[in-house]
Design a binder for this molecule. Structure first.
Ligand SMILES: [Zn+2]
Length: 163
């Protein structure tokens, strides 16, 4: 989808959500949605607030941001990630989000260009896929090297003890 089409579809989805839940459609709420959809990658609330002050020339309170993010999550427009116990948010409309997370150092890396949408769609026939987020866990290369070194040291220590 072209970016203007996505922008329109996102605005429409949020307006429909607000209307069907009898919530007010305020300029602040739409400015927050707009700011989120101009940001790349995941972000925390502080980053969003400073992004809005710089780019949107719009002052919104922290409470309004929290409140609006909760609505956007319910409207399926924003996803909430828990990375290393930290709350992060990201636009999710029509997106395929994949992350590799190291279980040791908690480093999070976005995995780009893995195409598994068709595979998911083929396997889940009862669901029309709109977006997804995938978290893949394991040891990052740095932690893997450290673990190997530690294992080697441990095994050489135990073999010297035997002698
Ligand atoms: Zn690691």
């Amino acid at each position: 989808m072209e970016s203007t089409k996505i922008e329109d579809a996102v605005k429409q989805q949020f307006s429909d959500y607000l209307r069907s839940n009898k919530l007010r459609s305020t300029p602040e709420r739409h400015a927050i949605l707009n700011a989120i959809y101009t940001m790349e990658g995941s972000f925390d609330i502080e980053t969003l607030l400073s992004h809005m002050e710089k780019n949107e020339k719009f002052h919104v309170s922290r409470a309004t941001v929290y409140n609006t993010i909760a609505l956007l999550i319910n409207a399926n427009l924003v996803i909430h990630h828990q990375f290393a116990g930290e709350s992060r948010y990201e636009k999710c409309f029509g997106r395929e989000l994949s992350y590799a997370i190291c279980t040791n150092c908690k480093k999070v890396t976005e995995i780009k260009n893995i195409k598994i949408k068709d595979n998911i769609s083929n396997n889940i026939k009862k669901l029309t896929l709109t977006h997804y987020s995938l978290y893949v866990y394991g040891l990052c290369s740095k932690c893997m090297r450290t673990a190997k070194r530690r294992n080697k040291r441990a095994s050489s220590e135990s073999s010297t003890k035997k002698r």
